[in-house]
Write a protein that binds this ligand. Structure first.
Ligand code: GLU
Length: 491
Protein backbone atom coordinates (compact mmCIF):
# COMPACT_ATOMS: atom_id res chain seq x y z
CA UNK A 1 0.00 0.00 0.00
CA UNK A 2 1.15 3.50 -0.88
CA UNK A 3 1.95 5.42 2.30
CA UNK A 4 2.13 8.94 0.87
CA UNK A 5 0.00 11.32 2.98
CA UNK A 6 -3.57 10.79 1.81
CA UNK A 7 -6.26 13.43 1.62
CA UNK A 8 -9.56 11.68 2.12
CA UNK A 9 -13.09 12.86 2.66
CA UNK A 10 -16.24 11.61 4.24
CA UNK A 11 -18.97 13.23 2.16
CA UNK A 12 -22.39 12.42 3.56
CA UNK A 13 -25.66 13.92 2.45
CA UNK A 14 -27.68 15.26 5.37
CA UNK A 15 -30.78 13.29 4.49
CA UNK A 16 -31.49 11.32 7.67
CA UNK A 17 -29.87 9.40 10.47
CA UNK A 18 -26.24 8.35 10.24
CA UNK A 19 -26.20 4.77 9.00
CA UNK A 20 -23.73 2.10 10.10
CA UNK A 21 -22.40 2.02 6.55
CA UNK A 22 -21.56 5.71 6.86
CA UNK A 23 -19.80 5.04 10.14
CA UNK A 24 -17.63 2.46 8.42
CA UNK A 25 -16.88 4.72 5.43
CA UNK A 26 -15.89 7.51 7.81
CA UNK A 27 -13.74 5.10 9.79
CA UNK A 28 -11.81 3.84 6.76
CA UNK A 29 -11.21 7.43 5.67
CA UNK A 30 -9.96 8.27 9.14
CA UNK A 31 -7.73 5.21 9.33
CA UNK A 32 -6.10 5.91 5.98
CA UNK A 33 -5.51 9.56 6.88
CA UNK A 34 -3.93 8.65 10.22
CA UNK A 35 -1.96 5.77 8.80
CA UNK A 36 -0.34 7.95 6.14
CA UNK A 37 -0.05 11.16 8.14
CA UNK A 38 -2.60 12.72 5.81
CA UNK A 39 -5.84 14.65 6.31
CA UNK A 40 -9.41 13.56 6.99
CA UNK A 41 -12.02 15.93 5.67
CA UNK A 42 -15.74 16.23 6.33
CA UNK A 43 -17.70 17.58 3.39
CA UNK A 44 -21.44 18.02 3.55
CA UNK A 45 -23.19 17.22 0.27
CA UNK A 46 -26.43 19.09 0.67
CA UNK A 47 -27.31 20.27 -2.84
CA UNK A 48 -30.38 18.08 -3.05
CA UNK A 49 -32.86 20.42 -1.41
CA UNK A 50 -35.71 17.91 -1.68
CA UNK A 51 -33.95 15.31 0.46
CA UNK A 52 -32.50 17.77 2.97
CA UNK A 53 -33.37 16.97 6.59
CA UNK A 54 -32.82 19.78 9.10
CA UNK A 55 -30.65 18.63 11.97
CA UNK A 56 -29.07 15.80 9.98
CA UNK A 57 -25.78 17.64 9.51
CA UNK A 58 -25.42 18.19 13.24
CA UNK A 59 -26.27 14.56 13.80
CA UNK A 60 -23.46 13.52 11.48
CA UNK A 61 -21.01 15.81 13.25
CA UNK A 62 -22.11 14.51 16.64
CA UNK A 63 -21.87 10.94 15.35
CA UNK A 64 -18.30 11.41 14.14
CA UNK A 65 -17.29 13.03 17.43
CA UNK A 66 -18.92 10.25 19.42
CA UNK A 67 -17.08 7.66 17.33
CA UNK A 68 -13.84 9.52 18.04
CA UNK A 69 -13.24 10.18 14.35
CA UNK A 70 -11.98 13.75 14.59
CA UNK A 71 -11.64 15.39 11.20
CA UNK A 72 -8.97 17.89 10.23
CA UNK A 73 -11.10 20.04 7.94
CA UNK A 74 -14.85 20.50 7.89
CA UNK A 75 -17.78 22.90 7.78
CA UNK A 76 -17.68 23.76 11.47
CA UNK A 77 -13.88 23.98 11.83
CA UNK A 78 -12.89 25.33 8.42
CA UNK A 79 -9.64 24.55 6.66
CA UNK A 80 -7.56 25.61 3.66
CA UNK A 81 -9.83 23.98 1.04
CA UNK A 82 -13.20 25.32 2.18
CA UNK A 83 -16.04 25.96 2.17
CA UNK A 84 -16.89 22.38 3.16
CA UNK A 85 -20.63 22.55 2.69
CA UNK A 86 -21.72 22.25 -0.92
CA UNK A 87 -24.48 24.84 -0.68
CA UNK A 88 -21.73 27.33 0.19
CA UNK A 89 -19.84 26.45 -3.02
CA UNK A 90 -22.38 27.47 -5.66
CA UNK A 91 -20.11 30.05 -7.28
CA UNK A 92 -17.46 27.35 -7.74
CA UNK A 93 -19.85 25.00 -9.53
CA UNK A 94 -21.07 27.87 -11.74
CA UNK A 95 -17.49 28.60 -12.73
CA UNK A 96 -16.61 24.97 -13.46
CA UNK A 97 -19.73 24.10 -15.41
CA UNK A 98 -18.97 27.04 -17.68
CA UNK A 99 -15.50 25.60 -18.25
CA UNK A 100 -17.05 22.32 -19.26
CA UNK A 101 -19.52 24.03 -21.60
CA UNK A 102 -16.67 26.01 -23.15
CA UNK A 103 -14.78 22.77 -23.77
CA UNK A 104 -17.84 21.34 -25.48
CA UNK A 105 -18.25 18.64 -22.83
CA UNK A 106 -21.54 19.91 -21.45
CA UNK A 107 -24.57 21.57 -22.97
CA UNK A 108 -27.84 23.18 -21.91
CA UNK A 109 -30.97 21.11 -22.40
CA UNK A 110 -34.38 22.72 -22.64
CA UNK A 111 -36.49 19.60 -22.81
CA UNK A 112 -39.57 19.81 -20.64
CA UNK A 113 -40.37 17.12 -18.07
CA UNK A 114 -43.37 16.21 -20.24
CA UNK A 115 -41.21 15.59 -23.28
CA UNK A 116 -38.73 13.55 -21.25
CA UNK A 117 -41.54 11.47 -19.81
CA UNK A 118 -42.92 10.79 -23.29
CA UNK A 119 -39.48 9.75 -24.58
CA UNK A 120 -39.05 7.48 -21.62
CA UNK A 121 -42.40 5.88 -22.07
CA UNK A 122 -41.66 5.19 -25.72
CA UNK A 123 -38.32 3.63 -24.81
CA UNK A 124 -39.91 1.43 -22.17
CA UNK A 125 -42.49 0.31 -24.71
CA UNK A 126 -39.73 -0.61 -27.15
CA UNK A 127 -37.81 -2.34 -24.36
CA UNK A 128 -34.76 -0.14 -24.71
CA UNK A 129 -32.98 1.17 -21.64
CA UNK A 130 -34.46 4.60 -20.87
CA UNK A 131 -32.02 7.44 -21.35
CA UNK A 132 -31.86 10.94 -22.75
CA UNK A 133 -32.39 10.86 -26.53
CA UNK A 134 -29.93 13.67 -27.27
CA UNK A 135 -32.57 16.12 -28.51
CA UNK A 136 -30.61 19.24 -27.39
CA UNK A 137 -27.15 17.73 -27.79
CA UNK A 138 -26.65 18.99 -31.33
CA UNK A 139 -28.00 22.50 -30.75
CA UNK A 140 -25.85 25.42 -31.90
CA UNK A 141 -24.01 26.66 -28.75
CA UNK A 142 -24.63 30.36 -29.57
CA UNK A 143 -28.36 29.80 -29.95
CA UNK A 144 -28.48 27.74 -26.80
CA UNK A 145 -26.63 30.42 -24.86
CA UNK A 146 -29.18 33.04 -26.02
CA UNK A 147 -32.01 30.93 -24.67
CA UNK A 148 -30.16 30.49 -21.40
CA UNK A 149 -29.54 34.23 -21.17
CA UNK A 150 -33.19 34.96 -21.79
CA UNK A 151 -33.96 32.97 -18.64
CA UNK A 152 -35.46 29.90 -20.28
CA UNK A 153 -35.72 26.96 -17.90
CA UNK A 154 -33.02 24.39 -18.59
CA UNK A 155 -30.61 21.84 -17.15
CA UNK A 156 -26.97 21.26 -18.10
CA UNK A 157 -26.08 17.80 -19.34
CA UNK A 158 -22.79 16.04 -19.77
CA UNK A 159 -21.85 15.36 -23.38
CA UNK A 160 -20.90 11.72 -23.07
CA UNK A 161 -18.56 10.45 -25.76
CA UNK A 162 -20.69 8.25 -28.00
CA UNK A 163 -17.93 6.16 -29.51
CA UNK A 164 -15.49 3.81 -27.90
CA UNK A 165 -15.39 2.40 -24.42
CA UNK A 166 -14.74 3.70 -20.95
CA UNK A 167 -12.50 1.77 -18.61
CA UNK A 168 -12.51 2.61 -14.95
CA UNK A 169 -10.49 1.06 -12.19
CA UNK A 170 -11.66 0.23 -8.69
CA UNK A 171 -9.04 -0.66 -6.11
CA UNK A 172 -10.96 -3.70 -4.87
CA UNK A 173 -12.59 -4.87 -8.08
CA UNK A 174 -10.06 -4.09 -10.75
CA UNK A 175 -10.96 -2.71 -14.16
CA UNK A 176 -14.50 -2.29 -15.39
CA UNK A 177 -15.09 -1.52 -19.07
CA UNK A 178 -18.35 -0.30 -20.57
CA UNK A 179 -19.41 0.63 -24.06
CA UNK A 180 -19.98 4.36 -24.28
CA UNK A 181 -23.20 3.76 -26.18
CA UNK A 182 -24.65 2.47 -22.90
CA UNK A 183 -23.89 5.72 -21.07
CA UNK A 184 -26.31 8.59 -20.62
CA UNK A 185 -25.94 12.34 -21.04
CA UNK A 186 -26.59 12.80 -17.34
CA UNK A 187 -27.72 16.02 -15.75
CA UNK A 188 -24.90 17.93 -14.07
CA UNK A 189 -26.83 21.08 -13.17
CA UNK A 190 -30.52 20.85 -12.36
CA UNK A 191 -33.13 23.39 -13.42
CA UNK A 192 -32.95 24.99 -9.97
CA UNK A 193 -29.31 25.85 -10.70
CA UNK A 194 -27.84 23.38 -8.19
CA UNK A 195 -25.38 20.69 -9.25
CA UNK A 196 -26.09 16.99 -8.98
CA UNK A 197 -23.81 14.73 -6.97
CA UNK A 198 -22.08 13.64 -10.20
CA UNK A 199 -20.79 17.10 -10.88
CA UNK A 200 -20.35 18.64 -7.44
CA UNK A 201 -18.45 15.71 -5.97
CA UNK A 202 -16.03 15.50 -8.90
CA UNK A 203 -15.28 19.22 -8.78
CA UNK A 204 -14.86 19.18 -5.03
CA UNK A 205 -12.68 16.08 -4.96
CA UNK A 206 -10.40 17.75 -7.49
CA UNK A 207 -10.23 21.13 -5.78
CA UNK A 208 -9.80 19.55 -2.35
CA UNK A 209 -6.99 17.40 -3.75
CA UNK A 210 -8.60 14.18 -2.64
CA UNK A 211 -6.32 11.17 -3.20
CA UNK A 212 -8.68 8.30 -2.33
CA UNK A 213 -12.45 8.08 -2.57
CA UNK A 214 -14.15 5.57 -0.30
CA UNK A 215 -17.81 5.35 -1.16
CA UNK A 216 -20.66 2.89 -1.33
CA UNK A 217 -20.90 0.37 -4.13
CA UNK A 218 -24.22 1.94 -5.14
CA UNK A 219 -22.05 4.39 -7.11
CA UNK A 220 -20.55 1.71 -9.33
CA UNK A 221 -23.31 2.26 -11.92
CA UNK A 222 -22.41 5.92 -12.41
CA UNK A 223 -18.69 5.37 -11.92
CA UNK A 224 -17.94 5.61 -15.69
CA UNK A 225 -19.83 8.91 -15.81
CA UNK A 226 -17.70 10.25 -12.96
CA UNK A 227 -14.48 9.15 -14.60
CA UNK A 228 -15.57 10.78 -17.87
CA UNK A 229 -16.32 14.08 -16.14
CA UNK A 230 -12.87 14.09 -14.54
CA UNK A 231 -11.23 13.17 -17.84
CA UNK A 232 -13.15 15.89 -19.70
CA UNK A 233 -11.49 18.39 -17.38
CA UNK A 234 -8.13 16.69 -17.80
CA UNK A 235 -7.80 16.12 -14.07
CA UNK A 236 -6.12 13.25 -12.29
CA UNK A 237 -8.41 10.59 -10.84
CA UNK A 238 -8.28 9.58 -7.19
CA UNK A 239 -7.89 5.96 -6.13
CA UNK A 240 -11.45 4.63 -6.16
CA UNK A 241 -12.57 2.27 -3.44
CA UNK A 242 -16.19 1.15 -3.68
CA UNK A 243 -17.05 -0.47 -0.38
CA UNK A 244 -19.19 -3.53 0.02
CA UNK A 245 -22.79 -3.15 1.07
CA UNK A 246 -24.29 -4.29 4.37
CA UNK A 247 -26.87 -7.04 4.14
CA UNK A 248 -29.49 -8.12 6.62
CA UNK A 249 -28.36 -10.74 9.19
CA UNK A 250 -29.53 -13.61 7.00
CA UNK A 251 -27.26 -12.31 4.24
CA UNK A 252 -30.18 -12.11 1.82
CA UNK A 253 -30.74 -8.53 0.68
CA UNK A 254 -30.69 -5.23 2.52
CA UNK A 255 -32.54 -4.63 5.77
CA UNK A 256 -36.18 -3.73 5.18
CA UNK A 257 -37.98 -1.04 7.16
CA UNK A 258 -39.67 -3.72 9.23
CA UNK A 259 -36.36 -5.42 10.03
CA UNK A 260 -34.87 -2.12 11.07
CA UNK A 261 -37.73 -1.67 13.51
CA UNK A 262 -37.26 -5.22 14.80
CA UNK A 263 -33.58 -4.50 15.39
CA UNK A 264 -34.55 -1.61 17.67
CA UNK A 265 -36.91 -3.87 19.59
CA UNK A 266 -34.03 -6.28 20.13
CA UNK A 267 -31.84 -3.49 21.47
CA UNK A 268 -29.88 -2.84 18.28
CA UNK A 269 -29.95 -0.27 15.54
CA UNK A 270 -28.54 0.23 12.08
CA UNK A 271 -27.97 3.89 12.86
CA UNK A 272 -25.12 5.39 14.83
CA UNK A 273 -27.62 7.71 16.41
CA UNK A 274 -29.23 5.80 19.21
CA UNK A 275 -26.39 3.29 19.61
CA UNK A 276 -25.19 5.19 22.65
CA UNK A 277 -28.64 5.09 24.22
CA UNK A 278 -28.69 1.34 23.65
CA UNK A 279 -25.48 1.08 25.66
CA UNK A 280 -22.93 0.58 22.90
CA UNK A 281 -19.56 2.24 23.15
CA UNK A 282 -17.68 3.77 20.22
CA UNK A 283 -14.74 1.40 20.67
CA UNK A 284 -17.05 -1.59 20.20
CA UNK A 285 -18.92 -0.09 17.28
CA UNK A 286 -15.77 0.94 15.42
CA UNK A 287 -14.23 -2.47 15.89
CA UNK A 288 -17.36 -4.13 14.58
CA UNK A 289 -17.88 -1.98 11.50
CA UNK A 290 -14.15 -2.00 10.68
CA UNK A 291 -14.10 -5.75 10.32
CA UNK A 292 -17.18 -5.85 8.09
CA UNK A 293 -15.25 -5.65 4.87
CA UNK A 294 -11.71 -5.67 6.13
CA UNK A 295 -9.71 -8.77 6.89
CA UNK A 296 -7.58 -7.28 9.63
CA UNK A 297 -6.19 -10.63 10.59
CA UNK A 298 -7.76 -13.09 12.98
CA UNK A 299 -11.53 -12.93 12.70
CA UNK A 300 -12.23 -12.06 16.32
CA UNK A 301 -9.58 -9.37 16.51
CA UNK A 302 -10.36 -6.94 19.29
CA UNK A 303 -8.74 -3.73 18.13
CA UNK A 304 -8.53 -0.21 19.49
CA UNK A 305 -8.54 2.71 17.12
CA UNK A 306 -4.77 3.04 17.30
CA UNK A 307 -4.27 -0.66 16.67
CA UNK A 308 -6.56 -0.32 13.66
CA UNK A 309 -4.47 2.57 12.34
CA UNK A 310 -1.44 0.38 12.74
CA UNK A 311 -2.91 -2.54 10.81
CA UNK A 312 -4.99 -0.68 8.24
CA UNK A 313 -4.27 -1.56 4.65
CA UNK A 314 -6.57 -0.74 1.72
CA UNK A 315 -5.21 -3.76 -0.11
CA UNK A 316 -6.88 -5.93 2.53
CA UNK A 317 -10.37 -4.48 2.13
CA UNK A 318 -12.78 -6.77 0.40
CA UNK A 319 -15.62 -6.21 -1.97
CA UNK A 320 -18.01 -8.93 -0.88
CA UNK A 321 -21.17 -7.83 0.90
CA UNK A 322 -21.14 -8.19 4.68
CA UNK A 323 -24.15 -9.52 6.62
CA UNK A 324 -24.94 -7.43 9.68
CA UNK A 325 -24.22 -9.64 12.68
CA UNK A 326 -25.40 -8.04 15.90
CA UNK A 327 -24.01 -10.89 18.03
CA UNK A 328 -20.57 -9.80 16.91
CA UNK A 329 -21.36 -6.24 17.91
CA UNK A 330 -22.22 -7.53 21.39
CA UNK A 331 -18.97 -9.43 21.45
CA UNK A 332 -16.81 -6.45 20.57
CA UNK A 333 -18.75 -4.13 22.84
CA UNK A 334 -18.34 -6.40 25.86
CA UNK A 335 -14.66 -6.90 25.12
CA UNK A 336 -14.02 -3.18 24.91
CA UNK A 337 -16.05 -2.50 28.06
CA UNK A 338 -13.79 -4.93 29.92
CA UNK A 339 -10.72 -3.10 28.64
CA UNK A 340 -11.86 0.28 30.02
CA UNK A 341 -10.18 1.65 33.11
CA UNK A 342 -12.44 1.48 36.16
CA UNK A 343 -12.83 5.27 36.46
CA UNK A 344 -13.68 5.50 32.79
CA UNK A 345 -16.29 2.75 32.97
CA UNK A 346 -17.79 4.37 36.09
CA UNK A 347 -18.09 7.65 34.23
CA UNK A 348 -19.75 5.94 31.28
CA UNK A 349 -22.31 3.91 33.19
CA UNK A 350 -23.37 6.69 35.54
CA UNK A 351 -25.80 8.25 32.99
CA UNK A 352 -27.61 4.93 32.53
CA UNK A 353 -28.28 4.72 36.26
CA UNK A 354 -29.21 8.38 36.47
CA UNK A 355 -31.69 8.10 33.65
CA UNK A 356 -33.52 5.60 35.90
CA UNK A 357 -33.90 8.46 38.36
CA UNK A 358 -31.26 7.13 40.77
CA UNK A 359 -28.94 9.25 42.86
CA UNK A 360 -25.55 7.67 42.29
CA UNK A 361 -22.96 7.79 45.04
CA UNK A 362 -19.51 7.93 43.43
CA UNK A 363 -17.73 5.87 46.09
CA UNK A 364 -20.27 3.09 45.84
CA UNK A 365 -20.18 3.19 42.05
CA UNK A 366 -16.40 2.73 42.10
CA UNK A 367 -16.80 -0.33 44.34
CA UNK A 368 -19.42 -1.85 42.07
CA UNK A 369 -17.39 -1.61 38.86
CA UNK A 370 -15.07 -4.58 39.51
CA UNK A 371 -17.97 -6.89 40.35
CA UNK A 372 -20.15 -6.05 37.36
CA UNK A 373 -17.71 -5.33 34.53
CA UNK A 374 -17.36 -8.97 33.48
CA UNK A 375 -21.11 -9.20 33.02
CA UNK A 376 -21.71 -6.12 30.93
CA UNK A 377 -22.36 -6.56 27.24
CA UNK A 378 -23.81 -3.08 26.87
CA UNK A 379 -23.49 -0.19 29.30
CA UNK A 380 -27.19 -0.21 30.11
CA UNK A 381 -26.80 -3.73 31.49
CA UNK A 382 -25.59 -1.93 34.61
CA UNK A 383 -29.23 -1.22 35.45
CA UNK A 384 -30.43 -4.79 36.13
CA UNK A 385 -27.17 -5.61 37.89
CA UNK A 386 -26.56 -2.50 39.91
CA UNK A 387 -29.59 -0.20 40.20
CA UNK A 388 -30.61 -1.89 43.45
CA UNK A 389 -27.46 -0.63 45.18
CA UNK A 390 -28.80 2.89 44.90
CA UNK A 391 -32.36 2.47 46.07
CA UNK A 392 -34.50 1.28 48.91
CA UNK A 393 -35.33 -2.40 48.35
CA UNK A 394 -38.80 -3.44 49.45
CA UNK A 395 -39.12 -6.81 51.17
CA UNK A 396 -39.78 -9.30 48.39
CA UNK A 397 -42.94 -11.44 48.48
CA UNK A 398 -42.58 -14.80 50.23
CA UNK A 399 -42.69 -16.85 47.05
CA UNK A 400 -39.56 -15.12 45.83
CA UNK A 401 -37.76 -15.55 49.12
CA UNK A 402 -38.32 -19.29 49.28
CA UNK A 403 -35.62 -21.38 47.63
CA UNK A 404 -36.94 -24.30 45.58
CA UNK A 405 -38.25 -27.17 47.70
CA UNK A 406 -38.18 -25.33 51.04
CA UNK A 407 -41.18 -24.47 53.17
CA UNK A 408 -41.68 -21.02 54.66
CA UNK A 409 -41.10 -22.21 58.24
CA UNK A 410 -37.83 -23.84 57.33
CA UNK A 411 -36.62 -20.73 55.52
CA UNK A 412 -37.70 -18.53 58.38
CA UNK A 413 -35.60 -20.56 60.77
CA UNK A 414 -32.66 -20.64 58.40
CA UNK A 415 -32.89 -16.86 57.93
CA UNK A 416 -32.98 -16.25 61.66
CA UNK A 417 -29.88 -18.40 62.22
CA UNK A 418 -27.99 -16.71 59.41
CA UNK A 419 -28.97 -13.34 60.80
CA UNK A 420 -27.54 -14.26 64.20
CA UNK A 421 -24.24 -15.28 62.64
CA UNK A 422 -24.01 -12.08 60.62
CA UNK A 423 -24.83 -9.96 63.65
CA UNK A 424 -22.07 -11.60 65.64
CA UNK A 425 -19.30 -10.91 63.11
CA UNK A 426 -16.61 -8.60 64.47
CA UNK A 427 -16.03 -7.13 61.01
CA UNK A 428 -18.10 -7.11 57.85
CA UNK A 429 -16.37 -7.67 54.51
CA UNK A 430 -16.84 -10.19 51.72
CA UNK A 431 -14.14 -12.43 53.16
CA UNK A 432 -15.31 -12.26 56.76
CA UNK A 433 -18.87 -13.03 55.69
CA UNK A 434 -18.18 -15.84 53.28
CA UNK A 435 -16.40 -18.25 55.59
CA UNK A 436 -19.00 -18.46 58.37
CA UNK A 437 -21.74 -18.74 55.78
CA UNK A 438 -20.08 -21.73 54.15
CA UNK A 439 -19.49 -23.29 57.55
CA UNK A 440 -23.16 -22.87 58.39
CA UNK A 441 -24.19 -24.58 55.13
CA UNK A 442 -21.98 -27.52 55.93
CA UNK A 443 -23.21 -27.88 59.50
CA UNK A 444 -26.84 -27.78 58.50
CA UNK A 445 -26.32 -29.85 55.39
CA UNK A 446 -28.00 -27.23 53.24
CA UNK A 447 -27.05 -26.39 49.68
CA UNK A 448 -25.30 -23.10 48.83
CA UNK A 449 -28.21 -22.28 46.52
CA UNK A 450 -30.64 -22.42 49.41
CA UNK A 451 -28.78 -20.09 51.74
CA UNK A 452 -27.26 -17.78 49.18
CA UNK A 453 -30.44 -17.70 47.10
CA UNK A 454 -32.43 -16.55 50.11
CA UNK A 455 -29.83 -13.95 51.07
CA UNK A 456 -29.56 -12.64 47.53
CA UNK A 457 -33.29 -12.05 47.20
CA UNK A 458 -33.60 -10.64 50.73
CA UNK A 459 -30.78 -8.15 50.20
CA UNK A 460 -31.07 -7.17 46.54
CA UNK A 461 -34.76 -7.82 45.97
CA UNK A 462 -33.91 -9.82 42.85
CA UNK A 463 -32.83 -13.29 41.85
CA UNK A 464 -29.81 -12.21 39.82
CA UNK A 465 -27.16 -9.95 41.25
CA UNK A 466 -23.40 -9.47 41.15
CA UNK A 467 -21.38 -11.81 43.44
CA UNK A 468 -23.21 -12.01 46.77
CA UNK A 469 -20.50 -11.41 49.36
CA UNK A 470 -18.95 -8.50 47.50
CA UNK A 471 -22.42 -7.03 47.13
CA UNK A 472 -23.04 -7.44 50.87
CA UNK A 473 -19.86 -5.59 51.67
CA UNK A 474 -20.82 -2.69 49.40
CA UNK A 475 -24.36 -2.46 50.76
CA UNK A 476 -22.93 -2.48 54.26
CA UNK A 477 -23.60 -4.24 57.55
CA UNK A 478 -26.55 -2.23 58.81
CA UNK A 479 -28.53 -2.41 55.58
CA UNK A 480 -27.84 -6.11 55.15
CA UNK A 481 -28.95 -6.91 58.70
CA UNK A 482 -32.08 -4.80 58.37
CA UNK A 483 -33.11 -6.39 55.06
CA UNK A 484 -32.50 -9.94 56.24
CA UNK A 485 -34.42 -9.27 59.47
CA UNK A 486 -37.36 -7.88 57.50
CA UNK A 487 -37.35 -10.86 55.20
CA UNK A 488 -37.36 -13.27 58.15
CA UNK A 489 -40.22 -11.39 59.78
CA UNK A 490 -42.23 -11.48 56.57
CA UNK A 491 -42.27 -15.26 56.43
N1 GLU B 1 -23.07 12.24 -0.72
C1 GLU B 1 -22.80 10.93 -1.21
C2 GLU B 1 -23.56 9.92 -0.39
O1 GLU B 1 -23.95 10.24 0.71
C3 GLU B 1 -21.32 10.68 -1.08
C4 GLU B 1 -20.76 9.62 -1.90
C5 GLU B 1 -19.27 9.85 -1.93
O2 GLU B 1 -18.63 9.65 -0.90
O3 GLU B 1 -18.74 10.27 -2.95
O4 GLU B 1 -23.76 8.82 -0.83
Amino acid sequence: MDLKPARVRFAPSPTGHMHLGSARTALYNYLLAKKTGGKFILRIEDTDQKRYVPGAEQELIDGLRWLGLEYDEGPDIGGPYGPYRQTDRKAIYDEYIQKLIDKGSAYPCFCTPERLAAVREEQMKNKVQPRYDGHCRGMDPGGAQKRVDSGEKHVIRFRMPKEGKTTVSDHLRGEITVDNTTLDDSVLIKSDGWPTYHFAAMVDDHLMEITHVFRGSEWLGTFPLHANIIRAFGWQEPVWVHLSVFLKPSGKGKMSKREKEDAIKDGYSIFVTGMSELGFIPEGLNNWTALMGWGAGETEDVLTLSEMIDKFDIDKLNASPAAINFARLDHFNGEHIRRLEAWDLAKRIRPYLEREGLVVDEGKLQMIIPIIRERLVTLDDCVPFAAWFFKEVATPPAEELLPKGMAAQQVKQMGAEVLEILKGLPSFSHSTVEEPMRKYIEEKQLSPNQVFGFLRVAISGQKVSPPLFESMEIVGRDTVLARVARAVDSL
